[in-house]
Design a protein around this ligand. Sequence first.
Ligand code: NAD
Ligand code: ZN
Ligand code: ZN
Length: 348
Amino acid sequence: MRALRLTAWKTEPELVEVDEPTPGPGQVVVKIGGAGACHSDLHLMHDFEPGAVPWNPPFTLGHENAGWVHALGAGVTGLEIGQPVAVYGPWGCGTCARCRVGVDTYCENPAGAPVPGGGGGLGLDGGMAEYELVPAARHVVPLPEGLDPVLAAPLTDAGLTPYHAIRRSWSKLPPGSTAVVIGVGGLGHVGVQILKATTAARVIAVDNRDDALRLAEECGADLTLRSGERTAEEIRAATGGRGADVVLDFVGVDATLRTGAAAARTVGDLTIVGIGGGTLPVSFFSVPYEVSIQTTYWGSRPELIEVLDLGARGLVRPKTTTFRLDDAMTAYRMMQEGTLEGRAVIVP
Ligand code: NAD
Ligand code: ZN
Ligand code: ZN
């Protein structure tokens, strides 16, 4: 089968021929119906030095995947060939306290995981191929009725990551509150929808592209703002001077972190999701009182089940553009140039 593989750090991936996987005991092979292209893949291609993460190329890209069960290894029960499924992407050891409750993202026994701190498309072969080998059946999550794999694929990361970040701040988003989404790309546009579907907060979306702000409006944003030096002031002006209860930064460069900190309300949350490499100096007087500054990484398996439910009920619907495997690099180039709307999904 053909697969889009990263063969070395700081190179572009190559479309090559590899063997079709066969499942060992407890494993599942998924026929890929959709593999989302995440901006993190661009960081993998361009930004990461050897040693930045505890795994290395070569591996097949694609860490947000959905499709159909293709083959079951010995001992796997509860799944049927042909059943539509999503793949939970972070693959931990399965036995530590975190993995046992479905929080493989923060596995505490990385030496016991198939790859330390990674998963398919992140150190092991991912979904930008016709088939993906999933090393444990617990990562294969049946799709709820009516959810197509092309829509389910982005929900496993572009949906799950903002959902986890937003859910963590739910208590700070009652009626009358304001949430700010900075960066309305693959993750951010789903983030706006999740805020609208699961909280009563007023949503302000910030981006430096007009197309992204239009998409934010389509997704239900109450106010959209161009990203710039005055954005924090504009957010304060729009909130009667109070500021935003929750800021979700899906970019994570110096400028957006600065905006987020300046726009936050006392006791608010500033959550850094984007891996833009920025830093934010923090001291007693640098942020409003009791603002919590936190990072989040992906989400848990129980949260994925909740996100898929939102997707199946039409409350959250990623805006997708599909590409063939041959055109995957076109999708990444468009993402880099800022000409992609929402999420690109590769359909092998
Ligand atoms: P994307 O390219 O689809 O979207 C990024 C958006 O940010 C674009 O709309 C772009 O116009 C906008 N943007 C860029 N610079 C901006 C600025 N200065 N101000 C305002 N908007 C700006 O990317 P994505 O796939 O949504 O990923 C977003 C980030 O999140 C990436 O850094 C990615 O690596 C990271 N990520 C993190 C996690 C996690 O678990 N923490 C998971 C997935 C992705
Ligand atoms: Zn990702
Ligand atoms: Zn574990």
